[in-house]
Design a protein around this ligand. Sequence first.
Ligand SMILES: Cc1cc2nc3c(=O)[nH]c(=O)nc-3n(C[C@H](O)[C@H](O)[C@H](O)COP(=O)(O)O)c2cc1C
Length: 188
Amino acid sequence: MDLLHVVQARHSSREPTPDPLRLRELAFLLGWSLGLRPTEEPAREGSRRYFPSAGARFPLECYVLALRCESLMPGVYHYESKRHALSCLAECDSSARARAIYGHEWIAESRAIVVFTAMMNRTTMKYGDRGYRFSLLEAGHAMQNICLLAAALNVRVTPVGGFADQQMTRLLDVADLDELPIYSAVLP
Ligand SMILES: Cc1cc2nc3c(=O)[nH]c(=O)nc-3n(C[C@H](O)[C@H](O)[C@H](O)COP(=O)(O)O)c2cc1C
């Protein structure tokens, strides 16, 4: 699809999809949104992505709660952008965890949830309190990439900002870190 068609096609969908999410679809969404962007300048290699970041600080981290994904056990994964790989943090009853964290059945029955966190000190050490705002803006940029890529793939998605902070923090095991969960993409 060309860009205008993709922009027109993007919308939030909470309709369930019967088939599990394909690994190649998940990889496409992650790689072209949070993945590393090759640069022409060797000194900058590995330091740029497909969305902008204030001062190129890139505070965002990305996790996947896999519920019904091909080749992935239900559980929590961290997306390692440098390796374009998922590392498993914990296998769990991800549907029950999603139900507790979001309180919506359509989310508990979804196929995957991509969660963005921000490592606040990466950006506040340069910009002070304004770094907090920058992190939120950047999550919006990255989320729009996911939404447009999903539209191009004909994969359903809804951006969801409403979740139980403390339970999400515990699930991702980031409680003791300067890392805040801020936004999620639910793939029903
Ligand atoms: C910052 C943000 C937070 C959102 N949080 C939720 C949410 O918690 N639950 C939900 O069902 N939808 C959520 N949405 C999706 C909106 O309901 C949806 O984008 C809106 O109804 C417009 O519909 P559209 O995306 O199809 O254009 C959120 C959207 C944004 C931008």
